[in-house]
Design a binder for this molecule. Sequence first.
Ligand code: 13P
Ligand code: SF4
Length: 381
Amino acid sequence: MATVATNANPPALELHSYKEMDHETLQQRIRAVREQMAERLLILGHHYQQDEVISLADLRGDSYQLSQMASASRECRVIAFCGVHFMAETADILANRPECLAERDGERVTVILPDMAAGCSMADMAAIEQVEDVWDDLGEVVDTDNLIPITYINSAASLKAFCGKRQGAVCTSSNAAAALEWAFERGQRVLFFPDQHLGRNTAKAMGIPLEEMCVWDPYQDELGGNTPEDLQRSRVILWKGHCSVHQMFRPEHVDQFRERFPGIKILVHPECPMEVVDLADISGSTGKIIREVENAPPGTKWAIGTELHLVNRLKQEHPEQEIHFLSPVICMCATMYRIDLPHLCWSLENLQAGTPVNVIEVDEETARWALVALERMLEIR
Ligand code: 13P
Ligand code: SF4
């Protein structure tokens, strides 16, 4: 018997045909969806996105700003998140929190990530099972009632929920110091994951000596490579995770730029190793990096240590300043780069056709507890 096609579950539009379209066609089609959906669609873009994508974003920002935008979105019913997976999860949790659902009579905001392969290698360095095991192991040597878990926003929703359940919070690169202060008002020590560099750089800048920090390597059997005394002495226990992009910046790059360009300012993201941040003039989130450049007098010389697309955009947008990329090798976030015009157009047209693809929806229980930690993050400044 022949199969009768119905409209109940129309097949999704295929991605491969979009890959063959030229940029102009893709841009026109994306704009057409935007026009049709008007305020029901919000395209959010992280600063590391490629130019052709960021130019189509309604709003752009760093992780903290994008969370605020998702949280404040009242009109939209769809968020197309041009960033990475943990950011889209965060947007889903915040845009669909109970008070917002009640305002919309239960209607959800659909969050789509144009390419599901847009993950974050740092976020993948801490899995919930590992963090739960570490917490149990730590309980053998320190009092976990006095231990506050802080997760960097670059982590899975399950880790945020872990923090929400245990008096902890989420932080971003723009409020990490405030988050650590907040934690020390509530406990004696902090377990900070997954980025050891942001944790170390922030704690050090707050005056916590390196002897009062230790690194927990989840792949070492015995207390993450520490003695009980190491852990008892530590106020900050750092997870052994890092960003593969930012670890490429080295102290010798700073020295080379200072030698070649006297007076140059070194501006870096706090995911860079401590040896680089210590030498830099300024460190901060992608939002702060942009503000520093925008507010500097013409003729300022900069060497910037963060993802290549953002640095190249700053160069284009600020020809009145002299901007260099801090590393001699290309440091770009390959997963952010997965989001391109074909994927954006494909995911938006599928949405329009009633065959949504790449929908990010955090399960209810995880979202409930992750929201607790995210609301703390939004309050801590
Ligand atoms: P920001 O919060 O500074 O935008 O950083 C996000 C990120 O992933 C940096 O690698
Ligand atoms: Fe993750 Fe690093 Fe990419 Fe940021 S730059 S999204 S931390 S891999």
